[in-house]
Design a protein around this ligand. Sequence first.
Ligand code: ACO
Length: 329
Amino acid sequence: MNKLRPVGVIGTGKYVPEKILTNKDLEAMVETSDEWIVSRTGIQERHIAAPEQATSDLAYEAAIKALKSAGMTAEDLDLIIVATVTPDMAFPSTACILQDKLGAKGAAAFDLSAACSGFVYGLATATSFIKTGIYNNALIIGADCLSRITDYTDRNTCVLFGDGAGAVVIGEVPEGRGFQSFDLGAEGAGGSLLNLAAGGSRLPASADTLENKQHYIYMNGREVFKFAVRVMGTATVDVLEKAGLSKDDIDLFVPHQANIRIIQSAMQRLDLPEEKVVINVNKYANTSAASIPLALVEAAEEGRMKEGDRILMVGFGGGLTWGASVLVW
Ligand code: ACO
């Protein structure tokens, strides 16, 4: 058998829609306050897609930047994975819509549903294809338009979410660099804590599902919070162990941006100073699958990592799912 190839990030791009929804704006929509939102979540504003923009449009903007930064054209791609819980439609997949828009002729394309962990799941999937020599170059995008499934009359959820897309091109990298380990997992028993109940085969869209607001995100915030704190800890330990590293080896921590308090609890557990942690939940809120790539790409654009730095990504989300990875930049 051929030796497994080292695989890493060779291009990055991100996109957020222009429109910004601030906490002040939300104060006029539901009974909430900037003070409550900032102190409980760390969120100050979020970006919201324009009416004519769908998830594939956000993904496209991020993708063309990632291809440019990799020095590639769409025709160089063998595989496109779009991690999302807000596809343009049930089918065709958002990845296929994007493949056509990019002109990535012949590339395999599929969507991946693992909510906020989707981007890391996508990285693990594409890395396996490239390591084994099946494909050479893959585009992995986390993209979501959560505003389309958010009930803006429900203060429990509407302050938490935003729209955006982050993309990476991955391919073979020099020995010693690239993805060192992955830790993916799920607890399906917790699925009902965070879901969108209707519009699938269980509860097709009907007057009743509309009336019952079952086309919006439902979340048991407290239980998801507990799950998040727990798995951020366990996944981090597991993924570091698989990479043969300890927490002191981490140069940059890129956590899922759902709530500043969840990020702070992970920082405490890992004993990480703020300069080693990427935090942008204040600007973008929780963008689900886009959250980790938006943070990773923004850190790269700000010059926060240098060659050889060890980056730890960790996310959790609906499913319930989690995903973590150690990447040498
Ligand atoms: N403004 C003012 N008050 C509010 C608001 C708001 N926007 N939202 C809720 N409250 C109220 C509640 O009604 C509740 O009032 P009550 O005690 O009278 O019932 C009170 O604030 C406290 O509610 P808690 O649930 O205890 O608030 P908590 O401190 O737990 O924060 C939060 C809630 C922010 C949702 C938190 O639980 C959280 O972040 N959970 C995790 C969410 C998450 O990470 N989701 C990720 C996955 S998303 C995905 O996969 C798409």
